[in-house]
Design a protein around this ligand. Structure first.
Ligand code: SF4
Ligand code: SF4
Length: 320
């Protein structure tokens, strides 16, 4: 089978499996991205996320991660939940975490795609990844033409915006490669202007200070949250969608049709008072199999308390 036909079959199967987009790039060292990542790590932008410093060589070169690999197949799965939202005054959870843990959902589908290639195209060696190993998923999705990396550092599709998960297959099969698309951010600075903690800075577009991001504070940071930032959290208790919600390209978002990403109805009915009184039993019930488990019951309680202590006023902390 020639590579054009093999590539078309893989993309068609990916769509059949529920992936919104599928693109392919040559497995090779990410030279430019490697320099940027090194610089970013040297500035300690990763905060306590020490794991980002591990396996640097494998992170920037898929042929070191999967010896003999020739292609990186990038896939995207929609998680935009439309009007399925929490009550307006409840502490907020990032849209990606409303349903079942995406790692499980995407891995299962990628495994099926991998099996399909082996059965229908030919025996291949490789691995599949969903945030599970040192793979620069946005860089690969960008190279595969799934979108451009915006000033908020998210991958943005000109067709549907940025509310989607990414995953990759790295395999030793030669395929037809896609190219990058244009950056459509233009003169827009909405995400940079809206970021309440200064993790995005108008003077440094396309770069995130992850250690100042609400997602980092509410999910990754162990111990206490920083003094005096309560107002800046704008009631986000798990993750933050501000820089995506303000992005004009997300007006193109369309609701997903993946049952696994639907929230439990209890989650959408929880009021601010219910969150204040959250018990371990209710946490376990609402978040069974959810990404929110990552922060744990104690972590979420910490976050709920923190945003509840907000005075509702924003200080001048931003971009200080
Ligand atoms: S997720 Fe929120 S805090 Fe983080 S960069 Fe975006 S707007 Fe800023
Ligand atoms: S808000 Fe504007 S600048 Fe930011 S990612 Fe979207 S288009 Fe680009």
């Amino acid at each position: 089978m020639d590579k054009k036909q093999a590539t078309a079959m893989i993309k068609s199967k990916a769509h059949e499996l529920g992936f919104m987009f599928c693109g392919v790039s040559r497995a090779q060292k990410l030279e430019t991205e490697a320099r940027r990542l090194e610089d970013w790590l040297n500035k300690n932008r990763n905060g306590e996320m020490q794991w980002m410093e591990n396996h640097f060589e494998k992170r920037i070169d898929p042929t070191k991660l999967v010896p003999g690999s020739k292609s990186v197949v990038s896939v995207a799965m929609n998680y935009f939940n439309g009007q399925n939202r929490q009550p307006a005054d409840s502490p907020k959870i990032s849209k990606y975490a409303y349903g079942r843990d995406y790692h499980k959902v995407l891995k299962k589908r990628l495994k099926q795609l991998f099996q399909f290639i082996n059965e229908e195209i030919g025996e291949v060696e490789g691995r599949f990844f969903v945030d599970s190993a040192p793979v620069m998923d946005k860089a690969w999705a960008k190279r595969s033409g799934l979108g451009w990396q915006g000033k908020n550092t998210n991958l943005i599709s000109p067709k549907v915006g940025s509310f989607f998960f990414l995953g990759e297959l790295i395999i030793d099969l030669d395929l037809e490669y896609d190219g990058e698309i244009k950056d459509f951010c233009g003169t827009c600075t909405r995400c940079l202007d809206a970021c309440p903690t200064g993790a995005l800075n108008p003077e440094r577009p396309y770069e995130i200070e992850a250690n100042r991001c609400i997602s980092y504070y509410t999910i990754e940071l162990k111990g206490s949250l920083p003094d005096g930032l309560n107002d800046q959290f704008e009631n986000w208790m798990f993750g933050c969608d501000i820089c995506q919600d303000v992005c004009p390209w997300n007006r193109k978002s369309i609701p997903h049709d993946e049952p696994d990403f639907n929230p439990k109805s209890d989650l959408l009915e929880m009021t601010a008072a219910d969150w204040q009184n959250l018990t371990k039993d209710v946490f376990d019930e609402i978040f069974a199999g959810s990404p929110v488990k990552r922060t744990g019951f104690d972590g979420l309680k910490r976050n709920i308390q923190y945003v509840a202590e907000s005075t509702g006023a924003r200080s001048d902390f931003k971009n200080s």
